[in-house]
Every structure is written in C-alpha cells, then in structure tokens.
Design a protein around this ligand. Structure first.
Ligand SMILES: Nc1ncnc2c1ncn2[C@@H]1O[C@H](COP(=O)(O)OP(=O)(O)OP(=O)(O)O)[C@@H](O)[C@H]1O
Length: 342
C-alpha cells in the first residue's frame, strides 16, 4: 500500500455521476411504456493510488454499472469521471492500457487456446514490451502456481485455475488500476486463499490500485482497509470496517468466565446478559461504547476468571444495511475518505 505524499494522488475520481437507462415495460396486454431506471444516482468517491477498496452492495445496487463506466464501456448520463486523469468514455482505448479488468463470471481468455497462447495474444494487443511481459508472466506463474497449466486449453481448466489464468492476463500489461468483479466466486477455500494472497502481494509490490466487487465479505475483511457500500445507485457508507461496525449501531459482546455457575449477571449499566452457559455468560453492549467500565462493573461484583470482547459479525451489519437499516447509515452523497473514517 502506497502512503504519504503518493497517496494524495487520486487515481479514480467520481463526482456526482449518474447513469439512467431507458427501458420499455409492459403496461397492460398490449401497451408498453418507457421507464427510467436510475442505476447510478449522484455517486461520488475518490480512490488514491495504491489503495485496495471493497465495493459492495445488494443485487441491482449499481456496482457493475459503475465498473462499466470506469472502463468506458458505458457513458455516464451526468457527472464527472476520471481514471488516471483520463475520461473513460472519451478515451477508452488509451485507458485500456492503464487498467485491468477481471470478471469472475466470465473469462476474457480464448476458450480453445492454451493459456500461454492467450497471454501471447494479450501481449500483442497491448503491445507489452518483451521484458515487462516476461517479468510479469514469470511472477504470476510463480505466485499463482500456473506453470503446469500454461499448455492447457482454457476450456479444460477448473474454475479456480481459470480465475488464476484470468487474473494473470489482466496484469501482463502492468495496469495501474485493477477492477475485480467477484474474483473468488465459486472457488474452493484453498483457491480463494491463494487468489487473496496473490492480490495482497500485487497491491504491496506494485502499488496497483484495486477496486474489488464481491459478495464474499471475507474478501473484504482480508484485503481492504476501506469499504464502500452502494445501494440504489449512491453510497450509503464509505470508510473502514471498524467505522462500519460503529456506524451500524451493532452490538459487541463481552464474554465473561466466572469462578462458578451463577444466575444471569444483572445491574451492569449499558449491558444486558443474552446467554448463560455454565460459568460462562455473554453480555451485549453497543459497539460504540467502551468495554472498560463494563468489565470494571462486572469485576466489582462477580468472581471474574477470564473475559474477551467479540466484535459484531460483519455479515450481520451488512445484512442490516442492505435491509435499509435506517438513516443513520446515510452519509450523504459525497462520501467520506478512508482516512476520515479510519
Ligand atoms: N443495460 C441496462 N438496461 C437497463 N437497465 C439496466 C441495464 N444495466 C443495468 N440495469 C439496471 O440498473 C440497476 C443496477 O444494475 P447493476 O448491474 O449495476 O447492479 P449490481 O449492483 O452490479 O448488481 P449485481 O450484484 O446483481 O451484479 C438494476 O436495476 C439493473 O436492472
């Protein structure tokens, strides 16, 4: 991760971006009416060079539409977009040399060709200098254990192998920005771990800026210091995972081991006992509150042997958020930066 002065350079800039689709919907037996779908609605965020950001949201929230606008495939209906200083819709080809894209659900490789030949085509398409190509391919082959697969046609690869192949193809031309759309979808635990480890390495070694869309929150927890949550086309959260926990109003749990079995602990201000199992008891308290006074209150009146504090599950918070957890989630449409929230 790049820090200090370099971090100030904003590689992705999205300001008040909108995307409206015009669709024809059935209205009655024969009649069709035109309707507007606001897929992205006043979206604003910035991503500094070298950052790895999670971009999550429920189905239909506008994630893919955002990525398509950032690659230049779709033209925004309003607002301003810049990636590495380039307007994607105006200079799509020039931008293509600076970005890499991986879609978990489909491959960009040639189905009938061995991986090696696909890479050769990528090299020619992007006119990658020989030395860069060889160095990048070697590094990816080593880190992703692709050596034995280079001669295998893409159609014969497993999903995990194909994904490793796709990620390599996206990195051969040294992109500054990598968009990953569900890179671990359908992968087994070992393949997921390998892909995540690889992405961490790439981000650390090359300072590649990564925008990661996923439904697997473990990807986010293991890779991203910052997460942006989009719903109905605009950001409802932008910040660190810790901030998400606090903003979610979720509860933390104080788990205490007492010297012996006792009735549920009572009279601890701000906490309530939610479970008792033998000498162990669980007390829920607001995530925004410090655990220290609770511990002191329990220790003063009960024979305390051990304790731990559990953070709310990120899945629970996100589910709450997607279900329309209320206005406390809404940070407005300008978004905060990761540094504000961390
Ligand atoms: N080409 C299109 N024409 C009309 N409507 C579209 C088009 N593409 C997307 N939409 C609509 O825009 C909204 C946002 O879709 P988008 O694919 O960006 O969501 P998403 O967050 O990527 O969802 P998912 O997690 O399911 O992939 C949805 O209501 C979708 O139906």
């Amino acid at each position: 991760m790049v820090s200090g002065a370099a971090a100030a350079e904003q590689l992705i800039e999205v300001e008040g971006v909108e995307k409206v689709f015009s669709v024809r919907r059935k209205a009655g037996r024969l009649r069709r009416v035109r309707q507007e779908v606001r897929a992205v609605d006043g979206l604003s965020f910035r991503v500094p060079r070298g950052e790895m950001v999670g971009y999550i949201g429920p189905n239909g929230a506008g994630k893919s539409t955002t990525i398509k606008m950032l690659t230049g495939i779709l033209v925004p209906s309003g607002g301003r977009l810049r990636v590495a200083g380039i307007d994607p819709a105006r200079e799509r080809t020039r931008l293509a040399r600076r970005i890499g894209v991986v879609f978990g659900q489909r491959t960009t490789l040639w189905w009938d060709l061995p991986l090696r030949d696909s890479y050769e085509l990528v090299r020619r398409m992007y006119r990658v200098p020989d030395r860069t190509y060889r160095a990048n391919l070697e590094r990816c082959v080593e880190l992703l254990d692709l050596g034995p697969l280079l001669a295998v046609p893409v159609r014969q690869l497993s999903l995990g192998q194909r994904m490793r192949g796709d990620i390599t193809a996206a990195l051969l031309h040294d992109p500054e920005v990598l968009y990953l759309d569900e890179p671990t979808i359908g992968l087994d635990v070992v393949s997921k771990a390998r892909v995540r480890e690889f992405l961490r390495e790439v981000n650390a070694e090359r300072g590649t800026t990564v925008l990661l869309t996923t439904h697997d929150l473990t990807d986010i927890e293991q890779l991203c210091r910052r997460v942006m949550v989009i719903d109905h086309g605009h950001l409802v959260y932008d910040g660190g995972l810790d901030g998400l926990r606090a903003a979610g109003g979720g509860e933390r749990t104080l788990v205490v081991d007492l010297a012996r079995e006792l009735p549920p602990i009572e009279g601890v201000p701000g906490a309530r006992t939610v479970r008792v199992d033998g000498p162990r008891q669980w007390l829920a308290f607001p995530a925004s509150q410090s655990a220290a006074p609770l511990v002191a209150a329990v220790a003063a009146r009960y024979p305390l042997v051990d304790l731990s504090v559990r953070e709310p599950e990120i899945e629970t918070l996100i589910a709450e958020l997607y279900a329309g957890g209320g206005p406390r989630w809404d940070i407005g449409r300008s978004g905060t930066t990761a540094d504000d929230a961390l």
